[in-house]
Design a protein around this ligand. Structure first.
Ligand SMILES: Nc1ncnc2c1ncn2[C@@H]1O[C@H](COP(=O)(O)OP(=O)(O)OP(=O)(O)O)[C@@H](O)[C@H]1O
Ligand SMILES: [Mg+2]
Length: 472
């Protein structure tokens, strides 16, 4: 609240009396001289002196009291408790002085507001930047940081210096180089063991000298781990795909060579070899088909989801298709349809492929003489981890269960990786490309559903496909 300044109050300050007295001294000397030489009487001289003091007082009082009020006004303005409009002064000079002071005050208040608004918007922009940013003083102490930096490095960043937050030598050396003025900017890629061993790309830039404040350099970080692991996944994929294709090719070329030389005239060997070669070319063609459909799915070149799919029919079809394979391994397939299953919207051929892959796996990896169970039901919603693009609302779940040893967590998490196959199954020489589950996962995600897997020692392994009843 602005304080009203009272300029009218009469306050006989001893200072005013002193001033009036000092101003009257020359007149007093004149009167004393006149009375000394007998020109006027002492009484008249004293009376004139008193009149002079009173008239000086009357002259000084308004200016001095308004100067006092002006001082209080300036103090109140500085303290932020005065209202510019309330000061009332009667003297022209002090009034003009007050107006000039008010104008300067208004100008500074405006500049201050603009600066404050600018600082606030700069801070907001700084905080919205997705990459962590730190400002450093010349000693490497942290003077400012954005929200992304706080999320990465924790809340008490300001109490640390950069070398306490990061221990990697090449990074510390690069920061030092910039702070000591040996370089204007440095960019490096480094491992940060203290932050889940992530790899950061850091850019350190020296700030210009004319910048006020303590910041001497700015460091921005970019988390390169994801991009690098993507790059590694791509190169692993190429290596795996070429390895998977080279193996049957070398088998085929070995047999061709044998048929051209040692087994040239051996009819039995020729039939057997041709059989194996046919098997290998079939494997290669399946592999290429799988790779192509996977790449199509990953590139988002998906078909439109417009078929109304009756899952009872699909389950019937796939159990028929795998009947002989199951019979050969003495496996019984039992289907349990728990409640009425509504038709779902999707791509009929893709859903067929996924469910057939999962039943094929169950029959292939279940121990001989065991049971494979398929359970079909509706669920109120699809279980999902945060960040997954999954449809909300009612869904259908199709669970495939087969017996087998409990699979550890690490293996379970990797089953849907391309080309990933469990060692026990490779050792058992069970055929497969390791692409079936990755395709299944891609198709299910394209349908805004989910694929989960669980394993227990008692129940074996269960893969569950969730598909939304309605595609939003
Ligand atoms: N029902 C299951 N029971 C036990 N292990 C399984 C089951 N399904 C998959 N696995 C394991 O997961 C791996 C990956 O399965 P995926 O279907 O992707 O490939 P695959 O069956 O090896 O080859 P294919 O491309 O011919 O399907 C398998 O090699 C196997 O080790
Ligand atoms: Mg498979």
């Amino acid at each position: 609240m602005a304080k009203r300044l009272n300029t009218k109050k009469i306050n006989l300050n001893p200072q005013y009396l002193r001033r009036a007295f000092i101003l009257s001294v020359p007149i007093a000397v004149i009167f004393i001289g006149l009375s000394f030489f007998g020109f006027i009487s002492t009484k008249i001289s004293l009376l004139c002196f008193a009149v002079t003091i009173v008239s000086n007082l009357l002259l000084i009082f308004p200016i001095s009291s308004e100067l006092g009020a002006l001082r209080c006004y300036i103090q109140a303005l500085a303290g932020g408790t005065a209202d510019e409009a309330v000061i009332k002064l009667s003297e022209k000079d002090t009034r003009e002085l007050a107006q000039a002071i008010t104008a300067v005050h208004k100008l500074w208040a405006l500049k201050n507001d603009t600066l404050e608004a600018q600082t606030l918007s700069d801070a907001a922009v700084f905080d919205t930047l997705p990459d962590p940013i730190l400002m450093l003083d010349s000693e490497g102490g942290i003077t400012n940081f954005n929200r992304a930096a706080e999320l990465l490095l924790g809340k008490n960043i300001l109490t640390h210096s950069i070398d306490r937050l990061f221990s990697t030598n090449i990074f510390i050396a690069a920061v030092e180089k910039v702070l000591k003025g040996r370089s204007d900017s440095e960019s490096i890629l480094f491992h940060a063991p203290e932050y889940s061993n992530r790899r950061f790309y850091a850019h350190i830039t020296k700030l210009p000298h004319h910048l006020k404040g303590r910041a001497a350099a700015v460091v921005s970080f970019y988390d390169a781990s994801k991009a690098l692991s993507l790059e590694k996944m791509q190169s692993d994929f190429v290596a795996n795909a070429s390895h998977e294709l080279r193996t049957p090719l070398s088998v085929i070329s070995g047999f061709i060579e044998t048929l051209q030389t040692t087994a040239h005239d051996d009819e039995d060997a020729r039939d057997a070899f041709l059989g194996i070669m046919k098997e290998q070319t079939e494997y290669m063609s399946t592999l290429i088909d799988d790779l192509l459909s996977l790449s199509r799915l990953e590139m988002g070149q998906n078909k439109e989801l417009k078929d109304r799919i009756d899952l009872h029919e699909v389950i019937d079809d796939i159990t028929q298709a795998l009947k002989i394979k199951a019979f050969q391994r003495s496996i019984s397939i039992n289907v349990n349809e728990l409640n009425h299953i509504p038709k779902i919207i999707g791509d009929n051929q893709q859903i067929h492929q996924v469910l057939q892959n999962l039943l094929d796996n169950a029959v292939k990896y279940a121990p001989e003489n065991s049971e494979v169970k398929i359970e079909l039901k509706t669920v109120p919603e699809i279980p999902a981890k945060s960040g997954q693009n999954i449809a909300a609302g009612r869904a259908v779940s199709i669970a495939f269960n087969n017996k087998g040893p409990k699979i550890n967590k690490e293996d379970l998490a990797r089953l849907t990786e391309k080309f990933y196959r469990m060692q026990i199954h490779k050792d058992m020489k069970i055929k497969g490309t390791g692409l079936g589950l990755s395709i299944a996962k891609q198709v299910v995600l394209h349908h805004h559903g989910n694929l989960t897997v669980s394993s227990t020692a008692y129940n074996g392994i269960t893969f569950t496909v969730y598909l939304p009843v309605k595609q939003s």
